[in-house]
Write a protein that binds this ligand. Sequence first.
Ligand code: ADP
Ligand code: MG
Length: 254
Amino acid sequence: MRPAAVEVHDVHKWYGAHRVLDGVELTVRPGEVTVILGPSGSGKSTLLRVINHLEKPEVGYVSVNGEPIGVRRHGERLKELSERVILGQRGRIGFVFQNFNLFPHLTALDNVAAAPVATGKLTKPQAQELARELLGRVGLADKVGAYPRQLSGGQQQRVAIARALALGPGVILFDEPTSALDPELVGEVLAVIKDLATSGTTLIIVTHEIGFAREVADQVVFLDEGRIVEQGPPTEVLDHPKHERTRDFLSKVL
Ligand code: ADP
Ligand code: MG
């Protein structure tokens, strides 16, 4: 069997005395779409940051494509990976943020082409060719020369998705990708993510778009106070939630 695309094993994360992740276990199979739901402050962004090695858990570990990283239990060290290996893993994980985070001084084309050039994967002409193709895929073939300030929020987010794809990532993490958008721009971004989902890209998506989750998710995870309270296919978690916390949350966002 192929290794899990992402495995989160007994991850605990504290900020000072505040326990933000409290024993999270999560397996994401290659090609699957996982949607993470939960109230504000429940640890969703922190979980994505741990998966992307931007935060290190105090306990537990994360494996990406079968390569573990981090600490197993209090004091018991798993193999410590060098910064180079961490960067290598991070290079295979795309991250799409709520606020796009594009480089303001670069065109759409150069935003997408930047990382493959900086990491030495492609020459500049090769990266620009790839960027053109990816911008076409997200419906922005006519915007290659535009700067972020000349684009709508929905267009900027689609550039950010093309930029994540340019890494040739094994998995793409989305942190509330449509939360900063005007309502009329949400659909175009969800359509692009849906296209990735149906083309077999491994995705982990934090979102409050329940209808979208129902359509694309293989598994839905409900996080509350740093714990996974409920987890399963959308027909279970969204339509027949077992826990009071999940029911209460869904009644507020639906
Ligand atoms: P969510 O994305 O579900 O809203 P977060 O993962 O952003 O939740 O945050 C979970 C909790 O951790 C919150 O209480 C937040 O205030 C706290 N937190 C997040 N990042 C930090 C940090 N860098 N330092 C201290 N506390 C943090
Ligand atoms: Mg968040």
